[in-house]
Design a protein. Structure first.
Length: 270
């Protein structure tokens, strides 16, 4: 059996490809509750993620995927171990706006137009010198001409595009995405998967992307981090050896099918 130190070394090498780390997670534990009611959500998680990487994360429900993402975002306290985000603590990184978070629900303010929702982080935390970016970002996510539309006038996919533009307005170096397309229909989800890859290539942002969908994980990821549950641990890191740029037709290739089948077997073992 591979010991923890050897496993961490292997994961680090595979994830970073000799690039400096954007996120370094070392022996992280997260527990909730107290006394006899303690629940171990994460146990001994160690992963390094390179700057500019796009990493997808899958695992059974309750395995701690979202908890790990929230720990990186300083939304969940650690019970043990360390996390650094571009060399800073998660708290320091949050204050510096090093990362942005995209949730499954777009959570737009219904009385504000699309462009005003995108500008909201600047109004809350300052950064007026980025105000002109809102128009460009809406164009980047394919919403040119819908700048003044209210959320109620937009489809679910369009609202998520606004959410992504809003996350990018502070020019984050890291984008944390927690099942952002999970509530969308399959066709819209496919379109947004392609859009996300385009945005990733254009911005160079590091992305950690949680999903329950094996095809989505394979289509988007350079690597897929598979987690097991009770408590949440890293089960395996699977490299997706498919070339970029990727288009939906890649899902019909034998390489895609084989990687998807391998991931399914790993999940069945969890």
């Amino acid at each position: 059996m591979m010991n923890h130190a050897a496993r961490r070394s292997t994961l680090s090498l595979a994830l970073t490809n000799e690039k400096p780390s954007a996120v370094s997670i070392s022996n992280v534990d997260v527990r909730f509750g107290s006394g006899s009611g303690v629940v171990q959500a994460l146990s001994d998680i160690s992963v390094d993620i390179a700057q500019g990487a796009l990493i997808t994360m899958i695992g059974p429900s309750g395995c701690g995927k979202s908890t790990l993402l929230r720990a990186v975002a300083d939304l969940v306290p650690l019970s043990g171990g360390d996390i650094t985000v571009l060399g800073k603590t998660p708290e320091e990184a949050r204050r510096r706006r090093t990362f942005s978070f995209v949730f499954q629900d777009a959570t737009l303010l219904p009385w504000r137009s699309a462009i005003d929702n995108v500008r909201l982080p600047l109004e809350v935390g300052g950064g007026s010198h980025h105000q002109d970016d809102a128009q460009a970002l809406l164009e980047l996510v394919g919403l040119k001409g819908r700048e003044n539309a209210l959320p109620g006038e937009l489809s679910g996919g369009m609202r998520q595009r606004v959410s992504i533009a809003r996350a990018l307005i502070t020019r984050p170096e890291i984008l944390l995405m927690d099942e952002p397309f999970g509530a969308l229909d399959e066709i819209t989800r496919d379109k947004l998967n392609e859009e996300l890859l385009r945005i990733w290539k254009e911005t160079g942002t590091t992305i950690m992307f949680v999903t329950h969908s094996i095809p989505e994980a394979v289509f988007l990821g350079q690597q897929v981090l598979v987690m097991s549950a009770h408590p949440g641990r890293v089960k395996e890191l699977v490299t997706v050896d498919l070339p970029f740029p990727r288009h939906l037709a890649v899902r019909d290739t034998m390489e895609f099918v084989n990687i998807s089948a391998r991931l399914r077997r790993l999940l069945e073992e969890c």
